[in-house]
Design a protein around this ligand. Structure first.
Ligand SMILES: Nc1ncnc2c1ncn2[C@@H]1O[C@H](COP(=O)(O)OP(=O)(O)O)[C@@H](O)[C@H]1O
Ligand SMILES: [Mg+2]
Length: 149
């Protein structure tokens, strides 16, 4: 299923919160879009929906920023692969380990190369003036959980 909508900053909070509330262990959310598109903004809203108080830092330098209960009600690793250049570095991150009981939110999934999760929820953000356009490729594993229309 495909979903598209245009949204502003206020709606970003609502959209991120709705997706965040629907997350389940094992989910992978890929956030694609240029620098400044709004990937971190959506990830922050998802984290907030799972109980995180305060603004999540951008994981650009940490690469992986893990969150665990009690600060959130579901383990979530917020990942930014922008600085990843080689597949070896990617393997070292051990991202799959987070999926056993948690969720991956991944910015710059283009860096994943051949590694990928076929069942991932893939979100692409493009800029259109001051607003943004979100396109979601919703896998069947999300089916009835997809919260937007
Ligand atoms: N839907 C939106 N409409 C307008 N501005 C937005 C929207 N989403 C994010 N922004 C703004 O765009 C800037 C970059 O957002 P950010 O989430 O850091 O981008 P990215 O992680 O993709 O580089 C921020 O100032 C943010 O407030
Ligand atoms: Mg970012």
């Amino acid at each position: 299923m495909n979903f598209t909508c245009s949204y502003n900053l206020t709606a970003a909070d609502r959209i991120g919160a709705a997706i965040g509330a629907a997350l389940m262990p094992g989910d992978v959310v890929l956030l694609s879009g240029d620098l400044g598109a709004g990937k971190t903004t959506l990830a922050r809203a998802m984290l907030k929906a799972r109980g995180l108080v305060g603004e999540a830092p951008s994981p650009t330098f940490a690469i992986v920023q893990p969150y665990a209960p009690p600060e959130v009600d579901l383990p979530i690793a917020h990942v930014d692969l922008y600085r990843i250049e080689e597949e070896d570095e990617l393997i070292e991150l051990g991202l799959d380990d987070y999926l056993y009981d948690g969720v991956l939110l991944i910015e710059w999934p283009e860096r994943l190369g051949s590694q990928g999760w076929p069942d991932a929820l893939s979100i692409t953000i493009s800029e259109s003036g001051d607003a943004r356009v979100l396109t979601a490729d919703v896998p069947t594993s999300w089916g009835s959980r997809w919260p937007l229309r």
